[in-house]
Design a protein around this ligand. Structure first.
Ligand code: SF4
Length: 351
């Protein structure tokens, strides 16, 4: 396929086809991905989300990469479900610094009946501020997805993490089928899906291709596809894993872009270890969404003002919501970012 050939939205990718995409010469792959990207997006806009942990640590799941799992001793400060008003205050601050989407994460196996009313109030309140809403709360049943959709939740994040074949090496307390079931309930309820995975857990190329095949061959592509680089946290079983070759990470973004041409591909956890050149290459490969704020999940995130400086140097504008005048929006972001440095609100967000 040439970079200018019309990209087609497909749901029937085979392993051989996807591996062939990965195995192209790097320049050919990036050229193709950028060509696909430009057919569906402004190549100089990047969507910006803010992520807040609304409940941190002591998670009963055993995801081997995660410092929030109660199975590992990582020294993480555990926090109970945040008060609704504190969440709304953080959302208002995120809006003031230019985020268009506010993602709330809780380290749960699934939300309990006791917690659901608070969670729904958070969704309603954040929505009322004029932000897009996103949550990640673990496994959901149909009643819960319906209630969240009715409260105004726009996106639900539930990552597949890796291929079905490799999954059992990473998580044993929740099945791949459980994850796919939650995604199907989210889709049925009318919410948008945010789902992706992690590189650097010891997976093979087939596993990376297998993850993208699972996502792209869903009946509808996830609207948002976070691609994470493992952040190795002491105390977790994956703390000593080998680093991913940076070019292999960029290849993953490019192949995701080609396979899911209309999705936002998000450069997520692990961005702090990436230098500016690598982030620029990631945008060239078709990544068009990032998180900013003081912290991403339980790991450091490059300071938000650094992000804006990089955007400036690359001529990238944050993807604005329609009601914003771009110049005013940009100025507000830059000013508020300076003020945000001392904020303690953006802490330890959950997966
Ligand atoms: S990734 Fe999510 S489900 Fe897994 S241990 Fe961490 S918080 Fe729990």
């Amino acid at each position: 396929m040439s970079a200018t050939a019309a990209s087609v939205t497909r749901h029937d990718w085979s392993l051989a086809e996807v591996k062939a995409l990965f195995e192209q010469p790097f320049n050919d792959l990036i050229f193709q991905a950028q060509g696909v990207h430009r057919q569906h997006f402004d190549a100089n806009r990047v969507q910006v989300s803010t992520l807040l942990s609304i409940k941190t640590g002591a998670c009963p799941e055993d995801c081997k990469y995660c410092p929030q799992s109660g199975h590992y001793n990582t020294g993480l400060d555990k926090e109970k479900l945040m008060e609704v008003q504190k969440v709304l205050d953080a959302a208002a601050e995120a809006k003031a610094i230019g985020s268009t989407r506010f993602c709330m994460g809780a380290a749960w196996k699934h939300p309990s009946a006791k917690d659901m009313p608070y969670v729904l109030k958070m969704v309603e309140g954040v929505k009322a501020l004029g932000l897009e809403t996103c949550m990640t709360l673990g496994k959901l049943d149909q009643e819960q997805t319906k209630a969240l959709a009715a409260a105004g939740l726009d996106y639900y994040n539930h990552n597949l993490d890796t291929s079905p074949e490799f999954y059992g090496n990473i998580i044993t307390t929740r099945t791949y089928a459980d994850r796919l079931e939650t995604l199907s309930y989210v889709r049925e309820s009318g919410m948008k899906i945010c789902s992706g995975g992690i590189l650097g857990m010891g997976e093979s190329l087939d596993d990376r291709a297998g993850l993208l095949i699972q996502l792209a061959n869903l009946p509808e592509h996830p609207e948002s596809v976070p691609i994470n680089m493992l952040v190795k946290v002491k105390g977790t079983p994956l703390a000593e894993e080998q680093d991913v070759d940076p070019f292999d990470f960029i290849r993953m973004l490019a192949v995701a872009r080609i396979m899911m041409p209309r999705s936002h591909v998000r450069l997520s956890a692990g961005r702090e270890q990436m230098n500016e050149q690598m982030q620029a290459l990631a945008f060239l490969a078709g990544a068009n969404s990032i998180f900013y704020g003081e912290k991403l999940l339980t790991t450091g995130n490059p300071q938000a003002d650094k992000d804006m400086l990089l955007f400036k140097r690359l001529g990238i504008q944050p993807e604005a919501r329609e009601e914003h005048d771009d110049e005013v929006h940009q100025a507000a972001i830059e000013q508020a970012l300076v003020e945000q440095r001392d904020s303690k609100l953006f802490v330890n967000a959950a997966v």
